[in-house]
Design a protein around this ligand. Structure first.
Ligand SMILES: [Zn+2]
Ligand SMILES: [Zn+2]
Length: 144
């Protein structure tokens, strides 16, 4: 059998700096993949599984957010490339830059009805073990 040659057009090649973040991104992707495979495990409670997936996905987006906006260690072409190739969720990351949304857990929780996890701990009337039913968030108001 002949060798399979995969042609990478220059347009699809990752921009400079990708090699530096690739090992960390890969770890996130691997953890997500393992969790996604567990969807077919009947003994795994579905909402718990979703919470775990959400947590890793959140950490992955937070990692890039921090590198790009806070520590300024990656540049715009790389950031846009990561968005284009769906490594990160630009909509969620953009929210974190807005006042009051700095700690937002996920876009689901600011949908048509705003989730209880968005209510500041000081005014929320729930027990201290509260976890949002949608994503497992323990509270994501900016004042928390
Ligand atoms: Zn939340
Ligand atoms: Zn929530």
């Amino acid at each position: 059998m002949g060798k399979v040659i995969i042609k990478v057009s220059p347009k699809n090649q990752p921009p400079d700096g990708f090699d530096k973040i690739q090992p960390t991104l890969k770890k996130f992707e691997e953890r997500l993949k393992i969790l996604q495979d567990e969807e077919f495990n009947p003994s795994r409670p579905k909402n718990e599984l979703y919470w775990d997936i959400h947590r890793i996905d959140h950490q992955k987006n937070r990692y890039i957010y921090s590198l790009y906006y806070q520590r300024k260690l990656i540049d715009k072409p790389l950031y846009l490339w990561l968005v284009k190739h769906k490594f990160i969720n630009n909509e969620l990351i953009s929210k974190w830059r807005k006042q009051g949304y700095e700690n937002l857990c996920c876009l689901q929780c600011i949908g048509e009805t705003v989730c209880v996890c968005r209510v500041p701990k000081s005014v929320r009337k729930t027990n201290k073990d509260f976890k949002c039913i949608k994503c497992g968030c323990k509270g994501c108001a900016s004042s928390d």
